[in-house]
Each structure stands twice: as C-alpha cells, then as structure tokens.
Design a protein around this ligand. Structure first.
Ligand code: SAH
Length: 223
C-alpha cells in the first residue's frame, strides 16, 4: 500500500491519528490513471471537470484543525476525488461499525461524485454522499461536530454555520479570489464564533447559486 514517509517531515502536523490516516489511505487510487506516478508528490493534481485533488499537506492541516474523535459526525463540502473523505472516514472510524457511517459529503459534479463513491467503496469506506450545492449543508443529518470546505466561498454560507454543533469546528478557505483566501478554523462556543486563521491558501472556488442571496451569507468572521 502507498505511504507518505515524508509526512513525518511536516512540522505542523503533530496529531498521530492524522499521520496514521495518511499512512492508511492510498492517494494513488484517487488520481486519474495517467497521473498515478505523481500521486506521492505533496502537490494538488487535476481530477477532471477543472477541479483538483488537494495538496496532502493542506488536507492534513485541515483534518488536524477539525480535531475529530471516533464517532464524531462530520460534513465535507466538495468531495472531488474522495481522498479527504477517506481520511475523514479513517479519523472517525469506530470499532465494529462500518467505516464512514458518520461522514457526510456533498459534491457539485455527479461525474466526480460517482467516481469518488466507486473508489471509496473499493477501499472499504462507506460515507453518505450527495450531489448538489453544499452551501445548503445537509440539514437532516445536522448538527455536525465538524464541517470542512474543500472549495472556497467568498462568504461563509449561513446554513453551514447553523448546522455546526455547539463546541464544533468549521474549517474553511474563505475569500473572493484564489489570491485572497484565508484558511479559517472557527469554533462554536455559546453560539458565537471563535475564529483562528491558519494562513493564506489557494483553493478552487465554491460555486453556489445559494450565495447569490445575501441572507445566506455571513460576510464577517468575528468573535
Ligand atoms: N477534497 C477534494 C477537493 C476537490 S476540489 C479532493 O481532495 O479531491 C473541490 C471540489 O469542490 C470540486 O470537486 C468542486 O466540484 C466542488 N465544489 C465546488 N463548489 C461546490 C458546491 N457548491 N457544492 C459542492 N461541491 C462543490
């Protein structure tokens, strides 16, 4: 099975469970066949539909910031290849339960969602997947202990904040263009935001008709 030996050289990643998840998930299974030889690079790669599989280090940083325990319920917006989803399945896995039973993922492109689902099932991961606009979240399954956005909106979608559990963490790149995004981790404490910046990042945009409605946006990240 494919490993990331160099993951040990990421000084920011100190959570052993995150490193163990990276050792367990074969990234080459999530990239197109002709790019498999590049799967061990710490870099994003194209996966079709103009989208990319995220850089492993960024996936690790976001996963660590989510601070998930086994059995926690987590929602991912922008499943893409399914690699981050598989990492979430590993991190939340409980003994004796189907891997992924507390993981929910939304993807805009049906083509990508279908391919991701096939790959995930082949590897023994069974998260709940849906095709649609992830900015609306997954209200029937809320509240979530963690919510992660793998694509960047210009504003935080209000439904996602509302679907975050008290004490939960939301990890999201937010910003108007790919040059002005900040990676935020926002804790919900007493219903209020406790935000922390993890620095500038570059993600593909979150494409969401829902966010055309100003009432669905939270335009200011503040405590
Ligand atoms: N975690 C994925 C990242 C894929 S790139 C991986 O590592 O493979 C981000 C994904 O977000 C793309 O697949 C894109 O289609 C999807 N996306 C963009 N806007 C979306 C939206 N509003 N709802 C759901 N998915 C969206």
């Amino acid at each position: 099975m494919f490993k990331f030996p160099w993951a040990r050289t990421w000084p920011e990643i100190t959570d052993e469970r995150v490193l163990a998840a990276f050792a367990a998930v074969p990234r080459e299974e999530f990239v197109p066949d002709h790019l498999r030889q590049w799967a061990d690079r710490d870099a994003p790669l194209p996966i079709g539909e103009g989208q990319t599989i995220s850089q492993p280090f960024v996936v690790a940083l976001m996963t660590q910031a989510l601070a998930l325990k086994p059995g926690d319920k987590v929602l991912e917006i922008g499943v893409g290849s399914g690699f981050q989803t598989a990492i979430l399945c590993e991190i939340t896995a409980e003994e004796g339960e189907t891997s992924g039973h507390t993981v929910y993922g939304v993807e805009r492109f049906a083509t990508l969602a279908e391919r991701a689902e096939k790959t995930l099932h082949r590897l023994g991961y069974y998260p709940h997947l849906r095709v649609g606009d992830g900015a609306a979240g997954w209200p029937e399954a809320a509240p979530f202990d963690g919510i992660i956005l793998s694509a960047a909106p210009a504003w935080l979608p209000r439904p996602l904040w509302e679907q975050l559990a008290e004490g939960g963490r939301l990890v999201a790149p937010i910003g108007p263009t790919s040059y002005e995004q900040i990676l935020w981790v926002i804790r919900k404490e007493g219903g209020r935001m406790r935000p922390r910046s993890l620095g500038p990042v570059r993600f593909v945009p979150l494409v969401s008709p829902l966010l055309n409605d100003p009432a669905q946006r939270i335009s200011h990240i503040s405590g």
